[in-house]
Design a protein around this ligand. Structure first.
Ligand SMILES: [Zn+2]
Length: 258
């Protein structure tokens, strides 16, 4: 029975992964959300049987049926990731917190938004404001009620801190260190995590971001001038802190209390 439930949840997650890919492509090409899927190379419409998440990619051996161009690995990877994450959220809520359905749905939504920002920033080095700010507003009101039980104060402080943190860098560097999109991600992170865990997530994002940037510089894959998609680090850190934040924090504080 449990296995069947996880299977259904995985299918749901994979479908939302497919939806994520579609939205990324449509927002980038300014196509309508409701438009039918097309091959990005030959622009021919994709039949429904070639548009089944994961399966079609395997059946077509990663090539478009019409033009035989390679289909990007982004599609199956994002679908698989969302399937795993949806199952993980249910498993986590079930075994750690005790299953509360509205919280599960809300955390699915958070994971979807974080993954969207991650993918979009990684591919196009851009942050879509409507997604970031729109979900920040939704998560503040609904998340504040469902997850935080009406305790909006830590979220409000978190949103202000997250926004100000990047706004300050933006002003100081005249927009060279961080982009306007990072300010909005900061607000979103504060709304998801509350101010305490937000600080931890920022710290992790900066440390990991610095290590990887130095690594890329040393291996000459990037120069000092080239941009690093910082939203990728911010969303990853938010994910890690959402799941393990409390544990990391108490582990860290146990060092201070010697
Ligand atoms: Zn094609």
């Amino acid at each position: 029975m449990m296995l069947f439930l996880y299977f259904i949840v995985a299918l749901l997650g994979v479908s939302f992964g497919s939806f994520l890919n579609a939205i990324v492509w449509r927002l980038h090409t300014h196509n309508k959300i409701t438009e039918r899927s097309k091959c990005p190379h030959c622009l021919k419409q994709i039949a429904w049987y070639d548009n089944i998440p994961l399966f079609s990619f395997l059946l077509l051996r990663s090539r478009c049926r019409m033009c035989k161009e390679k289909i990007s690995w982004q599609y199956p990877l994002v679908e698989l990731w969302m399937g795993i994450v949806f199952v993980f959220v249910v498993w986590f809520e079930w075994s750690v917190v005790g299953m509360v359905f509205p919280i599960v749905v809300l955390h699915w939504f958070v994971m979807w938004v974080l993954s969207f920002i991650f993918v979009y920033d990684l591919i196009y080095m851009e942050v879509v404001d409507s997604i970031t700010l729109g979900s920040a507003v939704i998560l503040f009101f609904i998340g504040g009620y469902v997850v935080w039980g009406g305790e909006w104060f830590p979220l409000l402080i978190g949103a202000c801190l997250g926004g100000l943190f990047f706004l300050l860098q933006y002003i100081l560097s005249k927009g060279r260190w961080v982009g306007g999109g990072d300010i909005r991600i900061g607000i979103l992170m504060g709304v998801i995590l509350g101010w305490k865990l937000l600080l931890l997530a920022l710290w992790i994002a900066y440390v990991v971001g610095a290590i990887i940037s130095v690594g890329l510089l040393v291996s000459k894959k990037k120069t000092m001038k080239s941009q690093v998609p910082f939203g990728v680090f911010l969303t990853s850190a938010t994910f890690v802190v959402m799941v393990w934040g409390e544990r990391i924090l108490s582990w860290y504080l146990s060092f201070l209390s010697f």
